[in-house]
Unconditional design. Sequence first.
Length: 405
Amino acid sequence: MTVYLPDRILVAPSGFKESLDAVEVADAIAAGVRRALPGVRVTALPVPDGGEGTVSILAATTGGTVHETVVTGPVGRPVTASWAMLGGSGPRTAVVEMAAAAGLSLVPHDLRDPGATTTRGVGELIAAALDAGAERVVVGCGDSGTCDGGAGALAALGARILGDDDEVLPDGGRHLHRVARVDLSGLDPRLARVPVELACNPTNVLCGDRGVARVFGPQKGATPEQVAALEAGLERWAGVLSRDGIGAPGGPDLRGGPGTGASGGLGAGLAGGLGATPRSRFDVLLTPGMLGSDLDAEIAAADLVITAEGAIDFQTPRGKVPAEVARRAGLAGVPVLAIAGSLGRGAPDVHDIGIGAVTSIMAVPMPLADAVAQGRQLLVEATERTMRMLLLGAAVSRRAGERAA
């Protein structure tokens, strides 16, 4: 009986937040594969999701350039944020990573109050991209530490967010319940001719039971009372911006439209204030022109796809990188293995979306801090163990075939 081992393996992971970025994850998995299967052809293709690491991945894969700009961070302090001007043909495309200017990782634990944090730095990054001659701006929405509905970003681009007495409101989602008017007359005029696209998870909406305050507010440090206050403020913000914003009346549904809740409501703010287009992040980021490679062609050429993310749980099937990789691999009939930093509630559900097997990097119980610190070593070793299980399965199959003959 002939038993075939994989000849070509595609490694297409996300990053492990606060431990390894997607490039480092892909490199560690490839190293683990080669320990067990030294002759296999491994292609590493990190998958950007709009969050941390998106800029570095896309700049590297397209031959673009990474730029650094000092902007206002989420707690009002200056931070140095990276953005990219992509290489390749077509319009000069800048990629702005929301997480680089207003990400949760930039908010100290003792300052995690989503009513106070701001997206002002995101608007400043967009302005920097315009200054550099961008003809198209893509904003990666993910890993945010804010819940200001994008008001800070609009203010940085020239909008005035006004209260009842026409006073300019301070930054922060806690002030949105006082918004009475949005004056867009001072917006940067270049935004009228440079399209802005939002690479986001379209399932995230601004208001309601699935609204951004209720779903993500607690993760960003909000108490139940703050969640209720933020929800009320975002409701008011959506109403005022729908009246005063781009295309009003008859503009986009800022309360429940796809992607309006992206990055603490940044999606609604930029859609209503700039006319930005929220789109599925994978439809934007995984095109050959953006990624620099044809992901679907690489999947079709592989015998096995290995994907990964920091935590695989009930949220994974809801638009996370492993789910998207599995969807595409399923269309090509290629089996998928997923490796996780940790396995949480609902992890077995990923089998229903086409992931054939899933494993964790933690072979023994350990504190999360230790797992984060040892992330690369643990990931290499877990991949090697899994590949050796694959070898064992092939040997068992061969032995069973010989006995049956």
